[in-house]
Structures are given as C-alpha cells and as structure tokens.
Design a protein around this ligand. Structure first.
Ligand SMILES: [Zn+2]
Ligand SMILES: [Zn+2]
Length: 422
C-alpha cells in the first residue's frame, strides 16, 4: 500500500494522510489546518472525487479545519463519531466566522460535509467494500478516535492524537488495536518528554487556584474550547472547589454538545456536576462583573489570541493578587508563549508587563514519551511505524525508540509518497 503525507510531516498541525490500499481504494485520514503563525496553512491538495472514504479522528482544527474543501465540488463519505461531527461543525463555523484571512470554503460546504457523514460509535465497524474501518477510543478529547483499517491481508492503525493515561474527563485510549496493527501511523508530539503524574498536577493546580481566590484574586485560565476547558471544569468539580467558576466563549456551546453525548466520557456524572457548578458568562455586564470577583474564569482563546480571554487578560494582568494559569502547551509565536517567556502581554489594544502571577500546568491530552514507547512495546515484532504530527526533533527521537525495539520507523517528508510493504 502507499502512504502520502499531505501535512503534519515533521510538524504539528494540518494533518492529512492519504492511503492508497492494495485494491486502489483511496482513504484520507484527517484534513486539518495549521494555526501556527499568522495565516492558516492548508494541507496539500487532493482530488476529492478519487476518495473512497474520509475518516476524521477528532474535532480539533488541525485535523478537521480543511475538510470542507473536499465538499466544494464533490461529496465523499465522512466517517467519524457523532460527537466529533457536532464539535467539528462548531469549531469550523467559528473558524470561518473569526478568521481575518481568506478561507477557501463557505458555510454551504460545511453543510455538505455534515450531510455526507457516516456516524459510528467506538468499536463499531464500517464496511468499505470488504475493508473494515473501525473507530476506537483515543482518550484525547471527547469523541476522539483512533482509526483502524483492516483489508483482510493487513491492518493499519492511525492513532490521531491520543493518550494512554486517564484524565478526569476521559478514559485512556484503547490500546487493543495497536497490538494488532501491521502499520501504526502515530502522532509524535511529546516524544521527547514525559508528563508529570496526573494526580500530582491536579493537586498542585487546585492548591494554587484555591490560594489565589482565597486571597481575593481572580484566576484566568485561557483554554481551548473543546477538551481542555471541560477537563479543567472536571478537575475543579472532582476536588469540590467551593468558589465561583465562570465559563465564557465557545466552551459554553461545546459543553452543551458534550452533555448530549456524555456517555462517551469516563464519568458522565462528574461532567454533569462540573457543568452545573459553573456560571455562564452571557454578555459584557457578566464579563465586567467576573473580572472584579474572586473567582476562576475559564475562557477561550487558549493562546490569548482573540476570544474573551484577551479581554480578561487585559484586566486581570494589572493586579498582583490575580493570576493567569496556562493549562496547554504554549504554541510558538502566540501571546501565551510571549507571556510565559517574557512576562509581557501584547494584544491589539494593550501591551505591558503582567503584574499578576503567571503559572503553567501540564494537563496534556497527548501521550508522553513513556506512553509512546509502551505503544511500540505492545506492537507486533514485525510492525512498522510511520511518524506524523511532531516537530522534526520529536520524530527523530521517536524513530530512535522504534528502532531500539527492532521495529521499522518511517519518517516521510511533506508530499512524499512511500510504498509500505506489509
Ligand atoms: Zn488534538
Ligand atoms: Zn493535533
């Protein structure tokens, strides 16, 4: 079979992997945009009419944001989970609405994409003319899936973004498919690092937040609307955080969609409790009130790049008793990264030193190094690993681990089509 990377080749962002199976069927795995830097970057083009199937791992825009492009002149079937479809619709529409740059598709293509979806739950199989395609829990964000493709003569597993540790929100990813795969197409984001133990991170986080609020401060938690915002709410609920918690921006709508499919979560009861504990910010009056109160505000954008978090940051940065707590990897060239590295916050309307406390906690929803190594250990001795979704150094490190365990590592470049013998 052949594999061609249309994006996410030695980079994080704009995932797009084109498989050509032995019988000539073409299957596209994810089609996302890269949001690093100013202007969104799209993956390499593909002929939508030639695609037998498009399979989407999860809703994050670096996996879903270019999909509507496939529906401009064609309508290939899109296989994913119901929750990934509804969250992708939310994120893509928001991306279209807020982008300052030209996006080469419109709402009608998003609608066309929705209408051509084939929805499956975890471990349910779709039969693509004798090829079985199965979605398995990836443990990354609500609805996220690994994609397993079994042709009868070999099995390919695409991990998407995945985690092999439990979080408050999600069970760890389903490892079973990894041990059956002849080819594992794996993300490599954190191949160079291990995450600290989750329990420890949660307790440190709760202690810090409690201390600041009890001293009269306001805590801003800039957070991605889907996944991390819900995880933070669940951590606060798990520890019965007794103070006011606000939620703003698209995280509110994401909560509603996730509530509808809460059976996909590790503990639906905890999430329901978390949502019932928070106050929704509905308008500017609520926003102005929230920044003056000892409270926790969870709000997109996660990188302080637009969204209500930009407004909150301009306000809370002025007082030492306040804090801004980052809970995601800080993407280079974003205001969040600048705050962490220099203590300076710059928005289109304000620039200055942050007087509030600045903290960062590792709530990653990706595999750390040991988890990636575990995936190698449980794979077949003859398995091949094709690496995507990692910076060049990270992919190099992971390739070394793959070879240490006697498996074969493939690291194709952008646009390169590799023939894989299985
Ligand atoms: Zn993701
Ligand atoms: Zn990703």
């Amino acid at each position: 079979m052949k594999v061609k990377l249309l994006g996410a080749a030695q980079e994080v962002g704009r995932s797009g992997i084109l498989l050509t199976l032995e019988d000539g069927k073409k299957v596209l795995l994810d089609y996302g945009v890269s949001l690093e830097g100013e202007e969104p970057q799209f993956p390499l083009p593909v002929k939508p009419r030639e695609l037998s199937l498009v399979a989407l791992s999860h809703a994050h825009l670096d996996h879903s944001g270019a999909l509507p492009l496939l529906y401009v002149s064609s309508s290939p079937p899109l296989l994913t989970t119901p929750l990934t479809l509804s969250l992708s619709d939310l994120l893509i529409r928001d991306f279209l609405k807020l982008s300052k740059y030209y996006i080469p598709y419109e709402y009608s293509e998003v609608k066309n994409m929705m209408e051509n979806s084939l929805l499956r739950g975890y471990s349910e199989t779709y039969d693509l003319g004798g090829v079985s395609v199965t979605l398995l829990d990836a443990g990354h964000i609500p609805g996220s899936a690994m994609i397993s493709i079994d042709t009868g003569s070999y099995t390919v597993v695409y991990t998407g973004d995945y985690a092999l540790h439990d979080t408050c929100l999600l069970r760890m990813g389903d490892k079973s498919a990894l041990s059956r795969a002849d080819l594992v197409i794996t993300e490599s984001t954190y191949a160079e690092f291990d995450h600290p133990p989750r329990d420890w991170v949660e307790r440190e986080f709760i202690e810090t937040v409690t201390e600041i609020v009890e001293d009269g401060g306001t805590v801003l938690i800039p957070s991605f609307a889907v996944g991390r915002a819900q995880e933070i709410l669940c951590v606060l609920a798990k520890y019965n955080f007794p103070h006011k918690v606000y939620i703003d921006g698209m995280a509110r709508a994401a909560n509603d969609l996730i509530l509808e499919d809460s059976h996909m979560l590790r503990d639906p009861g905890l999430f329901e409790k978390a949502v019932s504990m928070v106050s929704k910010v509905r308008d500017w009056d609520d926003r102005k009130k929230a920044v003056e109160e000892p409270s926790v505000i969870v709000s997109p954008a996660g990188m302080l790049h637009g969204g209500p978090s930009e407004y909150y940051m301009e306000k809370i940065m002025e007082k030492e008793k306040n804090a801004v707590i980052f809970v995601s990897f800080a993407i280079p060239e974003t205001p969040a990264r600048q705050v962490l590295e220099t203590g300076i916050f710059a928005s289109p309307t304000k620039k200055g030193m942050v007087k509030a406390r600045i903290e960062w906690f590792d709530f990653s929803a990706h595999c750390g190094r040991s988890e990636l190594v575990e995936s190698i250990k449980i794979s077949k001795n003859s398995a091949k690993f094709l690496l995507v979704h990692g910076e060049a150094e990270a992919e190099k490190t992971l390739a070394k681990h793959v070879e240490e365990y006697g498996r074969t590592a493939l690291v194709p470049g952008l646009g390169e089509e590799v023939e894989v013998e299985l």
